[in-house]
Design a protein around this ligand. Structure first.
Ligand code: PEP
Ligand code: MG
Length: 555
C-alpha cells in the first residue's frame, strides 16, 4: 500500500514501524466519591514507580540526558508534589486530576521564579504525563525504546522532540500532521533523517509493519513487495555512492563556482558541516540555541555559544542570522503578546526593532565572537519587508562594528524592492520557506495547505528571478538558505536565476554538489522540470542570458 505525503530530504529508509503513543489529554475534573485513602495510596504508588524508573534510567545514561533524568527523578520525589496531590484528593479530585493539578501549580511557581527554574517547566510536564500514564496503565507518550532501529510513526512531532531523536535507533519518521517546511522538518533535515509528513493514512499504519520511507518521492510504502524493496535498496546504494564522492567546492560543469554552505543551529553542528564539505555557513539560526529559555540569554552566554560555533570556521564565511523569533518558534522572552496570526505579526526584525537593547546585545556578542575566532562573519536580519528595515539593520550592524550586514528576503514585498534593499544591504539571502508561505498565503506549518508549499511554483521562481537580477545589477551576493537549496534539481534552477551561493542542511550537500557538477551554463539540455508535473521550469543558466520561464500554471 502506498501513502503519499511530503518528504523531508531525499533519502530512503527501510524498517519496522513503531507508533508513538498520543499525548495524554487533560484529565476530566469530575468529583471523586471513592475511598480517599486508597486513592492517595494509588497516587503515591505511581509517583514512586515513576521516580524509581527515572532514577534507574539516570544511572545508566550519560552526559546531558543523565543530568535531565536525575533532575526529573528528584522533582518526582519532591514532598511538595505529594502534598499537593493529597490536598487535591481531599478536595474531591481523582488521583489523575490531582497529579495534573499538582504539577500545574508547581510549574506555575517555577515559571514565576524565572531563569533556570523556569526552564524546568517542560521537565515537570513530562513527569506529570508519566505519572498519569502509570495511573491509567497506558504507555508513556514518548519515543518508544527498542533494541533494533525502527521507523517512528506519530500524529505529529514537536521540534524539541525531533531534536532529541536518537539516530542510532530512529531510521526515519512518518507523521499524520505537520508540514515539510515547519521547523520539525528542518531539524529532521539537519539530522539527515528522512521523513514524510502530512501523510493522511498514517493513522492506519500498525506497529511492526514493514515500511519504505522514500522522502525524495514523498511516499511511504506499507508492507512493500520484493520488487519495491529491491528498488529502495538500489536507491540507497546510489545515494551512498553520491555521499562517498570527494568533497570538492561547489561548481557547475564548466568550473564556475557556486558556494555550497551549511545551515546550522548549534556549535556541535559546525563539525558536521565541515565533515560534509561545507565551504562555510550560509545560515546560523541563532534562535535555535534559546528556544527553551524563558529569559534572554546574557551577553556572556551568547559570546561563549557563538565563539564555540565560529571557532572551526576561522578564515571561512559564517552568515549568522539574528534571532528570528515568532510564528512556529516563539521565544518566550521576546514574544509575550498573543496574536491571532503570528506569522504575520511581530516576527523576526519587527520584534527586534521593538526590543532594540536585546538586538544590540546580540550584535555585540556576535562581533566579540568574530574577533575571538577570525571567522569571516556576515550578519543578516530575518523578515525584512522593505528598504527601511534593511537600512535600520545595516546602520545598527555597522555601529556594532560588523563589516558585512545583509537582509533575508522571505517576504514578497522585499523581493519586489530587492534593488532598494541592496542599496544598503551588503548581500541578501533568500529564505524560500517563508517566501513560499507568504507568496502563496499558505501557512507553512499547516498540513492541509502543504500542497501550496511548493518552491517550484512559477510565482516563487519569478520572485527569486527578480532578486537575482537585483543582485547582479548591484554586484552583490544573493544566497538561498531555505530548504529549496537542498533539492538537487531545484538548486541548479536557483543558480540559473542568479543565485550565487546555496546553503542547506549538511546531509544534503553531497546531492547538490553532484547535481551542480552535471550542469554547465548555457546547457539547454539542463532545463529542469517540476518534479510532479514534469513541466520545464527554467533553464539552469548563468551569465548574460536571462533565464527563460516556460512554466504555465501550478505544477
Ligand atoms: C526560510 O524561511 O526559508 C528560512 C531559511 O528561515 P526559517 O526556515 O528559519 O524561517
Ligand atoms: Mg524564514
Amino acid at each position: 500500500m502506498e501513502l503519499s505525503g511530503y518528504g523531508v530530504g531525499s533519502r530512503v529508509a527501510i524498517g519496522e514501524a513503531v507508533r508513538m503513543p498520543a499525548p495524554l489529554p487533560e484529565p476530566k475534573d469530575v468529583p471523586f466519591r471513592g475511598d480517599e485513602a486508597a486513592e492517595k495510596a494509588r497516587a503515591e504508588a505511581s509517583i514512586a514507580a515513576v521516580q524509581e524508573d527515572l532514577a534507574g534510567r539516570a544511572a545508566t545514561a550519560e552526559g546531558a540526558i543523565k543530568e535531565v533524568l536525575e533532575a526529573q527523578s528528584l522533582m518526582a520525589a519532591d514532598p511538595t508534589i505529594a502534598q499537593l496531590v493529597d490536598q487535591a484528593i481531599e478536595g474531591g479530585k481523582t488521583a489523575e486530576r490531582g497529579v495534573f493539578e499538582a504539577f500545574a501549580t508547581y510549574a506555575e511557581t517555577l515559571r514565576s521564579l524565572g531563569g533556570y527554574m523556569a526552564e524546568r517547566v517542560t521537565d515537570l510536564n513530562d513527569i506529570s504525563q508519566r505519572i498519569r500514564a502509570h495511573l491509567q496503565g497506558v504507555p508513556v507518550p514518548e519515543v518508544p525504546e527498542r533494541d533494533a532501529p525502527f521507523i517512528l510513526v506519530a500524529i505529529d512531532l514537536a521540534p524539541a522532540d525531533t531534536g532529541k531523536l536518537d539516530l542510532s535507533k530512529v531510521l526515519a519518521f512518518v507523521t499524520r500532521d505537520g508540514s515539510p517546511k515547519a521547523h520539525t522538518g528542518i531539524i529532521a533535515a539537519e539530522k539527515g533523517l528522512p521523513a514524510v509528513v502530512a501523510v493522511a493514512g498514517a493513522d492506519d499504519i500498525r506497529d511492526g509493519q514493514e515500511l519504505i520511507v522514500d522522502a525524495g518521492r514523498d511516499l511511504v510504502i506499507v508492507e512493500p513487495s520484493e520488487a519495491e524493496l529491491g528498488a529502495a535498496r538500489a536507491e540507497q546504494q546510489r545515494q551512498a555512492e553520491i555521499e562517498a564522492a570527494p568533497l570538492e567546492p561547489g561548481a557547475l560543469a564548466d568550473g564556475s563556482a557556486v558556494s555550497l554552505l551549511a545551515n546550522v543551529g548549534k556549535p556541535a553542528d559546525a563539525h558536521i558541516a565541515l565533515e560534509h564539505g561545507a565551504e562555510g555557513v550560509g545560515l546560523f539560526r541563532t534562535e535555535f540555541l534559546f528556544l527553551d529559555r524563558d529569559e534572554a540569554p546574557s551577553k556572556e552566554t551568547q559570546i561563549a555559544d557563538y565563539t564555540a560555533l565560529l571557532e572551526p570556521f576561522a578564515g571561512k564565511k559564517v552568515v549568522a542570522r539574528v534571532l528570528d523569533a515568532g510564528a512556529d518558534k516563539p521565544l518566550s522572552f521576546l514574544n509575550d503578546a498573543e496574536e491571532a496570526n503570528p506569522a504575520l505579526g511581530m516576527r523576526g526584525i519587527r520584534i527586534l526593532r521593538e526590543k532594540e537593547t536585546l538586538l544590540r546585545d546580540q550584535l555585540e556578542a556576535l562581533r566579540a565572537a568574530q574577533d575571538a575566532t577570525g571567522a569571516d562573519l556576515w550578519v543578516m536580519a530575518p523578515m525584512v519587508a522593505d528598504a527601511a528595515d534593511s537600512e535600520y539593520f545595516t546602520n545598527l550592524g555597522r555601529s556594532a562594528g560588523l563589516q558585512t550586514v545583509g537582509s533575508m528576503i522571505e517576504v514578497p514585498s522585499a523581493a519586489v524592492v530587492a534593488e532598494q534593499i541592496l542599496e544598503t544591504s551588503d548581500f541578501v539571502s533568500i529564505g524560500t520557506n517563508d517566501l513560499t508561505q507568504y507568496a502563496l498565503a499558505a501557512d507553512r506549518v499547516l498540513g492541509t495547505v502543504a500542497n501550496y508549499q511548493d518552491p517550484w511554483h512559477p510565482a516563487v521562481l519569478r520572485l527569486i528571478g527578480m532578486i537575482g537580477e537585483a543582485g547582479a545589477k548591484a554586484g552583490k551576493p544573493v544566497g538561498v538558505c531555505g530548504e529549496a537549496a537542498a533539492d538537487p534539481r531545484l538548486a541548479v534552477v536557483l543558480v540559473g536565476l542568479g543565485v550565487t551561493s546555496l546553503s542547506m542542511a549538511p546531509p544534503a550537500l553531497a546531492g547538490v554538489r553532484a547535481s551542480s557538477a552535471e550542469r554547465a551554463p548555457g546547457d539547454r539540455a539542463g532545463v529542469s522540470r517540476h518534479p510532479a508535473s514534469n513541466i520545464p521550469c527554467v533553464a539552469a543558466r548563468r551569465g548574460r542570458e536571462r533565464a527563460a520561464f516556460d512554466v504555465s500554471g501550478r505544477g
